[in-house]
Design a protein around this ligand. Structure first.
Ligand SMILES: [Zn+2]
Length: 428
């Protein structure tokens, strides 16, 4: 067929942190975001007036005319704010129709900052630099970044510091790696447990991420405590606020990096195992339940939505069909006889039939029946991986471990894990 020759592309966003900006540059970026906010506020105001007067709502043409030539931004950047505004109005309108009890408000808040966007055709790349135009008669913003050749639209975003988000076209795999079925069980301690219907299994630990988050909480707490002792917006307060932003960014960057690496490992495993269909269990029910203060805080720190997003995106790129669904009850049922009980340790031991196996794999194995309608055998062994390299022991971090999923081998796993994070007590 002639379709085969077409290479499929899909869009991903690459994030560049804009560190080490000069004071002047920083102020320019800030001013640009404030200008974009003024565009938004004007749209808001125009829309509100029309609503109050019960006249026709301003459409794209009206708003574009109203905002034309008044702002110190590239004309297309202004248009993109208008577009974002109209999209917001449309979503709100639909939500108000479908969920009238929620009483959704149309945008009303006066914004101080708004992300500035440039469409692909406005951005130009020179060697080692990106040129972002700011409109006729004004100097462009020039950033020393080496963007990939297939890059397109850019947006300037504030996230505890300036970031440039760049759309990049990525080639998609032409065909699925195979037709094996696989399921992923997402967890907090183990980030993902994957099993296939061919008897392979893998666990990626999420411990690195969790300890980074704990570290961040602790550090931020310390700074916040110091901040309570000084006057708000004072010199000292601002200095501490900057320190807080810096900590946040660093931790977030490291967490994001680990998350990408972990989900990459899952997809690499799927490609290697010739997986064509991937089911991602959604632990929504687990998180909604109220189970006490400590457990709740732990749950709110666990951002499984991002794991699902990353997995979906990466599997799409590898041409693996993915689906998500509830994983309700899968981790508390015996894969052999179906007896239900809550697991207590890392090792799942059935009270009825004496079956035993690694707890994290139980959920994933049970999901096969839920999603594909066919039960699978409990895998005899599995690979145990850590996402990325840990700080102190680089040489051991990336080597996959082959473990038997029998009870005798459990301490070995726990040992390696506790060697990394240094604490052992919260295994269960
Ligand atoms: Zn059993």
């Amino acid at each position: 067929m002639f379709f085969d020759a077409i290479i499929m592309y899909m869009q991903t966003v690459k994030i560049y942190q804009l560190n080490h900006l000069s004071h002047k540059q920083f102020q320019r970026l800030k001013a640009a975001q404030m200008e974009a906010a003024r565009v938004w506020n004007l749209c808001c105001q125009t829309h509100k007036e029309a609503r109050m007067a019960r006249s026709a709502w301003p459409g794209r043409d009206t708003l574009q005319k109203a905002t034309k030539g008044q702002f110190a931004l590239h004309s297309q950047s202004v248009q993109m704010v208008v577009q974002a505004f109209l999209a917001n109005i449309e979503t709100t309108r639909k939500l108000r129709q479908s969920h009238p009890q929620m009483k959704m408000k149309y945008p009303w808040r006066e914004k101080r900052f708004f992300p500035v966007k440039w469409p692909a055709q406005a951005v130009s790349r020179e060697q080692g630099r990106v040129v972002l135009p700011m409109g006729r008669g004004r100097a462009s913003i020039i950033l020393p970044l080496e963007l990939p050749t297939q890059s397109g639209a850019c947006s300037l975003v504030w996230n505890h510091g300036f970031e440039l988000h760049v759309c990049v076209e990525m080639p998609q795999a032409e065909e699925a790696p195979g037709n094996v079925h696989a399921t992923v069980d997402l967890g907090e301690i183990h980030l993902a447990a994957v099993t296939t219907n061919t008897g392979s299994a893998m666990i990626v630990t999420g411990r690195g991420i969790r300890s980074l988050k704990r570290l961040r909480h602790r550090q931020l707490g310390k700074i916040a405590k110091k901040q309570t002792r000084c006057q708000k917006y004072s010199h000292r307060w601002k200095k501490l606020q900057r320190a807080k932003n810096k900590q946040c960014r660093r931790a977030e960057r490291r967490i994001r990096d680990l998350r990408h690496k972990a989900t990459r490992k899952v997809i690499d495993f799927c490609v290697e195992q010739k997986v064509g269909n991937l089911f991602i269990g959604n632990p929504h029910g687990v998180r909604k339940k109220n189970s006490g203060r400590h457990h709740n805080q732990r749950m709110s720190m666990w951002e499984y939505g991002k794991d699902i997003d990353y997995l979906t995106h990466k599997s799409q790129q590898a041409h693996i069909e993915s689906s998500t669904g509830s994983e309700r009850g899968t981790s508390s049922r015996c894969p052999k006889c179906g007896h239900k009980h809550k697991p207590k340790n890392r090792n799942w031991v059935c009270k009825a039939c004496r079956f035993s196996g690694h707890r994290d794999l139980v959920g994933s194995v049970n999901m096969h029946e839920l999603s594909y309608g066919k039960p699978v055998e409990f895998p005899r062994s599995f690979t145990y991986l850590r996402p990325g390299k840990s700080r102190s022991r680089g040489s051991r971090a990336d080597t996959p471990q082959r473990c038997l999923s029998k009870a005798e081998d459990q301490p070995r796993i726990a040992d390696t894990v506790s060697a990394e994070t240094g604490h052992h007590s919260d295994v269960a």
